[in-house]
Every structure is written in structure tokens, then in C-alpha cells.
Write a protein that binds this ligand. Structure first.
Ligand code: 13P
Length: 249
């Protein structure tokens, strides 16, 4: 069985005090026996502060890093540095990085290898545009984004989760219906079965992201192939995020 994961992508939001009080609120609100993995992805400048006040089961990840380990790469941080700070996870392949920062598949593969080398878990994001959904090429698009994983070993795949984030649903208030989301998640699972094995595919968590909130989380998380969520806007408020965490069984 795949782990249940609820992840919070804070993106480039919050001032330091707000980030600290958000984490404090989550620490107080998440039950001690919570079975899902809870991971927050704050802006990287707050990672160190947040880890130093975090005495809970909440894990802290990084939204971005560079694939080299060290050297003359002004402005960048590496996966081994993140690991050294106590980060457990990284996001790779988010559509905002693919689109706004031109991250190619070639670069994403180097980032995957670098995170694996640093022993950091990866949430690998994929998703189609509105045009691709409308012209019917959405399944092919996701399949091509998943191909980047094909050469990974079984051991390496143990460190990977997938987040399906339809671009048209990110930050728009438009959510994929449970039917649309489950269809894609089942497709992703099928691709993983065909590429690797049934056993391995059943162990890989597939998260939904894209305007997931406290009102729709329950229905989405009830779908058989949805193992949790990667939450943007609704993860910035303690109450909303706690309700989403409460929706995962
Ligand atoms: P929203 O939940 O704000 O749509 O963002 C989703 C997302 O991009 C998470 O990575």
C-alpha cells in the first residue's frame, strides 16, 4: 500500500512571522496519531528557522534546488545542503518551474538524480494544460512526463511520489472532478504497472493538486487511486489545512 501524504506547497508566500505561526498552528492541530505523512514546503529562507522550532511529526521539504552538489552557482542551494539542514523532501517538476523557469526534462532528470544521491524524497509533479485537456492529448502528455522515471531502479523509486496537478486547476478555483482526477490517477498507476511492476506501482503514492481545499478534499481522497494531496492556497491557513488533513483516511 502506498503511504498517504498531505503536502503543503507554500510557494512564495508568507513573511517569517506568518510562516512560524502557521507551523505552530499545524503542530498544535495535527493529532499525534496522524497516519498520513505531513510535509510542508516553505520558502527556502525559512527552512532552517522552521526546522529549529519543529518538534512534531511534520516534515519540512524544499520547493527548489540546483542539481550540482557545490561550487560556483551563485544564488543556488544543493540537495546535499538541504539534507544537511534537515529537509526530508523536494518538489521536482512543478508546472510553475517548468513554465516560468524553463525547466526541461533534461534538467529535471539531473535534479532527480541529485536528490536521490542526497537521500531526499521526491514529489515529482506532472500535469496537462487546458488546451491539452481540451484537445484530448492529456493522457499522452502525462505519460511523456512520467518517462523521465523509466531508468530509475526499484530502490530509487522507493523515494518517489507523484503529484498530478492539472495546470488549469492550479490557483484557479477550478478543481478536477473526482471522476477526472481518478481517471488520471488510475492511468498513472497503469503506466507505472506497465513500466515497472504491479507491486512497485502499488507502493508509489499519487497525490492530487490543483485547487484542492477543505470542501473537496474528502471526495477526492475517497478515490481509490488518490493517496493524498499537494495543496497550494488552502495550505496557507491553519484551519483549512487541518481540515484537509482530517479528510484523509
Ligand atoms: P493550489 O492549491 O493553490 O491550486 O496550488 C496547487 C499547487 O500548485 C500545489 O503545488
Amino acid at each position: 500500500m502506498a503511504n498517504k501524504i498531505i503536502a503543503a506547497n507554500w510557494k512564495m508566500n508568507l513573511m517569517r512571522d506568518e510562516a512560524v505561526s502557521l507551523l505552530e498552528g499545524l503542530k498544535n492541530g495535527i493529532p499525534e496519531n496522524e497516519k498520513a505523512d505531513i510535509v510542508i514546503f516553505p520558502p527556502s529562507i525559512y527552512i532552517s528557522d522552521l526546522i529549529s522550532i519543529n518538534d512534531s511529526q511534520i516534515e519540512v521539504g524544499a520547493q527548489n534546488f540546483y542539481f550540482e552538489n557545490k561550487g560556483a552557482f551563485t544564488g543556488e542551494v544543493s540537495a546535499i545542503q538541504l539534507k544537511d539542514m534537515g529537509c526530508t523532501h523536494v518538489l521536482i517538476g512543478h508546472s510553475e518551474r517548468r513554465e516560468l523557469f524553463d525547466e526541461s526534462n533534461e534538467l529535471l532528470f539531473k535534479k532527480i538524480k541529485s536528490a536521490l544521491h542526497a537521500n531526499i524524497k521526491i514529489i515529482y509533479c506532472c500535469g496537462e494544460s487546458l488546451q491539452e485537456r481540451e484537445d484530448g492529448s492529456h493522457l499522452m502528455k502525462i505519460q511523456s512526463q512520467l518517462e523521465i522515471l523509466n531508468s530509475l531502479t526499484n530502490n530509487e523509486l522507493n523515494s518517489i511520489s507523484i503529484a498530478y496537478e492539472p495546470i488549469w486547476a492550479i490557483g484557479t478555483g477550478l478543481t478536477a472532478t473526482p471522476l477526472q482526477a481518478e481517471e488520471m490517477h488510475a492511468f498513472i498507476r497503469r503506466v507505472l504497472i506497465d513500466t515497472f511492476s504491479k507491486e512497485l506501482a502499488s507502493e508509489i503514492s499519487i497525490l492530487y493538486g490543483g485547487s484542492c481545499n477543505e470542501n473537496n478534499a474528502n471526495e477526492l481522497f475517497n478515490c481509490p487511486n488518490i493517496d493524498g494531496g499537494l495543496i497550494g492556497g488552502a495550505s496557507l491557513k491553519v484551519d483549512s489545512f487541518l481540515k484537509i488533513v482530517d479528510s484523509i483516511k
